[in-house]
Design a protein around this ligand. Structure first.
Ligand code: MG
Ligand code: ZN
Length: 200
């Protein structure tokens, strides 16, 4: 299935980090058998869809820069994730946007100071351009301050969830003065219900 097939017409989105938000952060996820969907995620995706928002995964994937899997294999892995979510009752994730780069990548072609690795906002901006998303009415939900920084730079409302690496040390490339999230929630389900409360 093409990863763009399930787009619905909309101009606003929930940008979702993958590890620690949709699936348990297992450090280096390279095989479908490692996918563990976090409780409440299916319900959250249903609510996002019912409120007319796109669901766009934006994820840094060092597994590619380390050479553990290639970009095609990562695409297959994301197909598995999308299928597992649908089988559990969720609407299809609208799109996956991946940064495969890292400033210290083992694979030379990915060893670049790119514009898409969070905390930079490049993944969100590319999705906005390609899918017609209004960033100012969109949300970024992540479990790290690098997600918050990307969302803030893109002009989104940001939420930090405590279902993953929220206590982990900052990733390479974080600014010394990270932004404060607009909201904090235990997990994605709580985030979506709270952020959309009152919206029809
Ligand atoms: Mg994460
Ligand atoms: Zn990148």
């Amino acid at each position: 299935m093409a990863q763009s097939e399930q787009r619905v017409k909309s101009d606003r989105a929930f940008f979702l980090d993958r590890d620690g938000v949709l699936v348990e952060d297992v450090d280096l996820l390279t095989e479908a058998s490692q996918i563990r969907i976090i409780p409440g995620v299916v319900e959250a995706l249903q609510v996002i869809h019912e409120h007319g928002y796109l669901s766009v995964v934006v994820t840094n994937q060092t597994v590619v820069s380390r050479g553990l899997i290639d970009e095609a294999e990562l695409g297959v892995l994301h197909g598995h994730l999308r299928d597992q979510l649908v089988q559990a009752g969720a609407p299809p994730v609208s799109a996956f946007y991946v940064c495969p780069h890292h400033p210290h990548a083992d694979v030379a072609q990915y060893r670049v100071d790119c514009a898409c690795r969070k905390p930079k906002p490049g993944l969100l901006e590319r999705a906005s351009d390609e899918m017609g998303i209004d960033l100012s009415t969109s949300f970024m939900v992540g479990d790290r301050l690098s997600d918050v920084a990307a969302g803030t730079s893109a002009g989104c409302t940001t939420a930090l969830v405590e279902s993953g690496a929220h206590r982990a040390p900052p990733i390479v490339g974080m600014p010394s003065d990270p932004p404060t999230p607009d909201h904090r929630f235990p997990d994605l389900r709580e985030a979506v219900h709270s952020l959309l409360r009152g919206q029809s």
